[in-house]
Design a protein around this ligand. Structure first.
Ligand code: ASP
Length: 397
């Protein structure tokens, strides 16, 4: 590792330490030696952060100029939705689903409504959810599987599902835990079937629901920039300064009152990806993973790199095998990834004691991110160098 790269990593690590004290994350002693409230939910809205000058040129769907406050408000709303669920004593699965659904419904992120479009101009969405618990709850019957304990579900390349995170949950909770990952028309046939759709509030939408002005412009520009690139190749290189086209995936990790962790991730994938391309987000161990003995993880970045390096599971494995903290495991995992011009991405992680961390590759401009403590204090941040700042809880709709 070169000196400058090492220096940046040290700065990031120091930043994390400062951040931990400043925000009192994870029950660390505060100034007066008091225990600070635990973090119960951490979220991200992707590592494809627009630089401030780029944000000025962008417009919302209603034509109004896009501002950082819009991202902060959307993050705060997602955190508040997830926190409400936890405060009611419900599970971390429900909290992750609630937080991710808010971000899927926002056109700002590359998931659900704001999904990036593929080379054919269509949205193909991926999502996964995974529980960290290893035990069987009292009274619960788990039959027909050799390992009935760890539950997870995922969907990939779905084109008519408004909230893929709920579809992933429906697969996870399928009778007998028969399958873990369903793709394309088969996934849609199952999750949009009347009983499942009603139970999980899964709405069928036309693919045009995902064609926001911003994503249509991005896909047109992306194809126009290199018309020689045929439809089977898609974008191989990212356009410098435009990571927003690529990394806007959303994710959440929650810890409930029973001590159970859940991680979830939802994405439209990469702009101008080939039809049928699936990234890391719905692949357990790559973009999403949870294990109560260590932590829950949700990633954002170049999916192919995260797949090849099994990033989310790598964080968990480092904690289990090396007995290091969630911060160290996350930093080491990201540090060992190959880098790209604008960074390869980042991840969020939350451990069983409520310690959270945000890890970003060295050249990343930032990552839309935030967390909420058990007493409801909401913090958000966007750029790499800034520490999360406290937000007023949004008014309930
Ligand atoms: N990781 C996602 C993918 O490759 C992209 C993102 O993070 O926005 O599909």
């Amino acid at each position: 590792m070169g000196l400058s790269r090492r220096a940046v990593l040290i700065v990031l690590a120091l930043g994390a330490a400062v951040l931990a004290t400043a925000t009192g994350c994870g029950g660390a002693p505060g100034k007066e030696g008091k225990k600070m409230p635990r973090v119960v939910l951490v979220i991200h809205g992707g590592a494809g952060v627009l630089k401030e000058e780029e944000m000025h040129g962008e417009k919302l769907e209603d034509g109004k100029p896009l501002q950082r406050e819009h991202y902060e408000a959307a993050l705060a709303e997602a955190l508040s939705a997830g926190h409400r669920v936890l405060r009611e004593g419900r599970s971390s699965v429900e909290a992750v689903e609630a937080a991710v659904r808010v971000m899927e419904d926002s056109p700002l992120f590359n998931a659900g409504r704001g999904a990036a479009l593929n080379h054919d101009g269509r949205a193909e969405l991926d999502a996964a959810i995974m529980e960290g618990r290893m035990d069987v709850a009292p009274g619960e019957r788990r039959e027909g599987k050799k390992d009935p304990r760890k539950r997870a579900g995922a969907v990939a390349a779905v084109t008519h599902v408004k909230n893929p995170i709920s579809a992933a949950r429906a697969v996870m909770e399928m009778a007998d835990h028969r399958h873990v990952l369903l793709v394309g028309p088969g996934a849609e046939a199952y999750v949009l079937s009347e009983e499942v759709a009603d139970r999980y509030k899964i709405e069928k939408v036309s693919n045009a629901y995902f064609w926001t002005n911003r994503r249509l412009r991005q896909i047109r520009e992306s194809i126009a920039k290199d018309p020689s690139r045929d439809r089977l190749r898609g974008d191989r290189e990212r356009v410098p300064g435009e990571t927003d086209r690529y990394f806007g995936t959303v994710g959440a990790v929650a810890l409930d009152a029973r001590g159970n962790l859940t991680a979830g991730t939802s994405t439209g994938g990469l702009t101008n990806k080939m039809a049928g391309r699936v990234g890391d987000s719905p692949c357990l161990g790559a973009g999403t993973y949870a294990d109560n003995r260590a932590c829950g993880v949700s990633c954002t970045g170049t999916g192919e790199v995260f797949l090849r390096h099994a990033v989310a599971h790598d964080v968990v494995a480092r904690m289990l095998y090396k007995k290091v903290s969630v911060e160290t495991a996350s930093q080491e995992t990201i540090e060992e990834l190959p880098d790209e011009d604008e960074g390869v991405g980042g991840l969020i992680a939350l451990d069983k004691d409520g310690h959270h961390t945000f890890a970003m590759s060295t050249k990343s401009v930032g990552m839309y991110r935030g967390y909420v403590t058990e007493d409801g204090a909401i913090y958000v941040a966007i750029y790499a160098k800034e520490a999360p700042h406290r937000m007023k809880p949004p008014a309930r709709p």
